[in-house]
Design a protein around this ligand. Structure first.
Ligand SMILES: Nc1ncnc2c1ncn2[C@@H]1O[C@H](COP(=O)(O)OP(=O)(O)OP(=O)(O)O)[C@@H](O)[C@H]1O
Ligand SMILES: Nc1ccn([C@@H]2O[C@H](COP(=O)(O)O)[C@@H](O)[C@H]2O)c(=O)n1
Ligand SMILES: [Mg+2]
Length: 251
């Protein structure tokens, strides 16, 4: 199941990253298109049988959560977690945690985030996979990832499969800028200069990823303008459709 990536950087090899993760990942093979139709999952999940460790035959369900800076990804992920019991993995939060922990990548990540650029995929994929492998949950929201085709290809090569669905929060730039500038969480990239760069990076590098999954019928486009609750009412049916699957019920 683990595959060696062919795109390498000087930081670390993906084969070394993969060796950190002992358990192979199975991804639920079914997907749905623009009209969500839940497909029964063949193997129901019975938590008591797993003793905390998902058996190999039990599949994980991966959602990529995409959208520009300040489009409301994190805010909506919190609601999805509360309602549907997913595990939320924010790529940005994982990278910021590396800065605070002063790991060997910390200073490189800090510089990259300050400049609104994308951290090399090897680093980010390794952080995400470590979280997936150490979680008892089988349902993941991967927020702010993949940010580029390089991110996407690295993830798919290591996992050997694609996400089940992709949420895309579609928000006008003016609204995103307004939200980020009033976020007030002390983020080093929440300033007008970095926001302009992040918006350019979003259009240049993240759009192609959304287009890629849209062609495959995996993208659920959400109008991200409105109150948080109004937006969640568009998100809810996407996951409610899957709730009918035994192994996607909140546990
Ligand atoms: N529907 C909304 N209306 C107004 N403000 C919102 C809405 N949703 C979220 N916000 C606010 O906008 C800011 C950005 O939201 P959030 O952090 O969820 O965005 P994000 O997409 O995760 O951004 P980033 O990519 O920069 O991490 C936050 O201060 C949040 O409280
Ligand atoms: N896949 C990713 C995700 C994020 N980054 C960097 O972190 C910054 C903040 O990300 P948020 O999702 O919290 O907005 C982002 O601007 C990138 O610099 C990344 O490199 N790769
Ligand atoms: Mg966020």
């Amino acid at each position: 199941m683990w595959r060696r990536a062919t795109t390498q950087s000087s930081i670390t090899s993906l084969s070394a990253s993969a060796s950190l993760f002992k358990k192979p990942i199975n991804i639920i093979s079914h997907t749905f298109t623009s009209t969500p139709t839940p497909t029964p999952t063949p193997i129901p999940f019975h938590p008591q049988e797993t003793d905390g460790i998902p058996p190999k035959h039990i599949s994980r369900f991966i959602t990529f959560v995409l959208g520009g800076p300040g489009s409301g990804k994190g805010t909506q992920c919190a609601k999805i977690v509360e309602t549907f019991g997913f595990k939320h993995l924010s790529a940005g939060d994982l990278l910021r945690r590396e800065i605070v922990s002063d790991t060997k990548y910390g200073s490189m990540i800090l510089t990259t985030i300050k400049e609104g650029r994308i951290v090399p995929s090897e680093v980010t994929v390794k952080l995400i996979l470590r979280e997936i492998q150490s979680s008892d949950n089988l349902k993941f929201l991967i927020d702010g990832f993949p940010r580029s085709e390089e991110n996407r290809i690295a993830f798919e090569q290591i996992i050997g499969a694609e996400p089940n669905i992709v949420l895309f929060f579609d928000c006008p730039e003016q609204e995103m800028v307004k939200r980020v500038l009033s976020r007030n969480q002390g983020r080093i990239d929440d300033n007008i200069d970095t926001i302009k760069k992040r918006l350019k990076v979003f259009e240049a590098l993240n759009r192609p990823v959304i287009d890629h999954y849209a062609k495959k019928g995996k993208v659920h486009k959400i109008n991200a303008v409105g109150t948080e609750d109004q937006i969640f009412e568009q998100v809810r049916p996407v996951f409610a459709a899957f709730e009918q699957d035994a192994d996607l019920k909140a546990v």
